[in-house]
Design a protein around this ligand. Structure first.
Ligand code: TYM
Length: 338
């Protein structure tokens, strides 16, 4: 696993990552993934996708999936992902993702896919809909990454196991058929690789949280964000200290603060010496709002300009398809398809 600073020393590398258009994005997505998307864009050739095919595993209402896909693409642009430097596209616009998934399925052991903890968690959460797509989800993710020969994959901690599977499948394929795939490395942020729910700091901050106070949504208005932080669960002490094991709520707030200001958690701790929890919550909320407000403003402008967004989406799909086609042709040849 690389950290950001090692990654930055190696130029001319390829980066791939994606986000599912399943509802509103959270601050966890921003800190765990998007911040590194932006940092890596400065140095490398980056591909960033809206993973709409992954969302299909939850059988969303079609009109909602369509809306969420368009919204997330506009949000990519609002973050500052730059279509002139990075290839931004929608996964389903490049049919090679599913084609490569099939080939990788035939090189993935049933047992190793079954070990994926997200599959187990999601199956438990929605026992009425444990479909084959949900089981195969990490293989589709491996196909996304391997199609573009990515060296680095910026992700939050919850995706590390899927990245390990991707590496195992790539290595197996290369051993069976000859060097074909780059074996990718995950890039977790130094701080904030797992942001926790504000309502329950024992669980990951997630868009699908049943408790609306848990996730901070990237498009929440400032007053809503401030109110969520005011209600954030802390502990019965009074001292602001970074100690994830014993003080998970306070440490989560410090991690959010440190990550957004690009400082160490030890410096964050110093900033709050002598401060009470109310002051901590209010200051962290201010920092979050100062980061999100300009993104929200750009997002509103872009959402109103549907034609430009659609045209950028098409350009991205064309660029991604050209790269994916090269890998796919090689893979088919390697495995003996005529
Ligand atoms: P998704 O859409 O659930 O999340 C997108 C990214 O956000 C990170 N993340 C978090 N990081 C820190 N704290 C949190 N609370 C938090 N919640 C989410 C995730 O780790 C992820 O990096 N399967 C992927 C999407 C995907 C993908 C890929 C990623 C599809 N193909 C290829 C990388 C490479 C997913 O569902 O992420």
């Amino acid at each position: 696993m690389l950290n950001e600073s090692n990654a930055a020393e190696k130029p001319q590398k390829i980066v791939f990552s994606a986000i599912q258009p399943t509802g509103a994005l959270t601050l966890g997505n921003y800190i765990g993934a998007v911040k590194n998307f932006l940092a890596l864009q400065e140095e490398y050739k980056c591909y960033y996708a809206v993973a709409d095919l992954h969302s299909v595993t939850a059988n969303p209402e079609p009109a909602l999936l369509r809306k969420n896909t368009l919204d997330l693409f506009a949000l990519f642009l609002a973050f500052g992902l730059d279509p002139a430097r990075s290839t931004l596209f929608v996964q389903s616009h490049v049919p090679f993702h599913t084609a490569l998934t099939w080939v990788l399925n035939c090189n993935t052991a049933f047992g190793e896919a079954k070990r994926m903890t997200q599959f187990k968690d999601k199956s438990q959460k929605s026992p009425q809909n444990v479909n084959v797509g949900l089981f195969d989800y990490p293989v589709l993710m491996a196909a996304d990454i391997l199609l573009y020969k990515a060296d680095y994959v910026p992700i939050g901690k919850d995706q590390n196991q899927h990245l390990e599977l991707t590496r195992a499948v790539a290595e197996r394929f290369n051993a069976r058929y000859g060097a074909t795939f780059t074996v990718p490395e995950g890039v977790n942020p130094r701080c904030g690789a797992k942001i926790f729910s504000l309502a329950n700091p024992a669980v990951k901050m997630s868009k699908s949280d049943d408790n609306p106070s848990g996730p901070v949504l990237l498009l929440d208005p400032p007053d809503v964000i401030a109110a969520k932080f005011r209600r954030a669960v802390t502990d019965s002490e009074t001292v602001v200290r970074y100690d994830p094991k014993n003080k998970p709520g306070v440490s989560n707030l410090l991690a959010i603060y440190a990550s957004l200001l690009d400082i160490k958690t030890s410096k964050a701790e110093k900033d709050f010496e002598g401060a009470d929890y109310a002051a901590l919550k209010s200051r962290v909320a201010d920092v979050v709002i100062s980061v999100l407000e300009p993104i929200q403003k750009r997002y509103r402008e872009l959402a109103a300009d549907k034609a430009s967004v659609a045209s950028l989406m098409k350009d991205g799909a064309d660029k991604a398809s050209a790269a994916a086609y090269r890998t796919m042709s090689k893979v088919y040849k390697r495995i003996g398809l005529v």
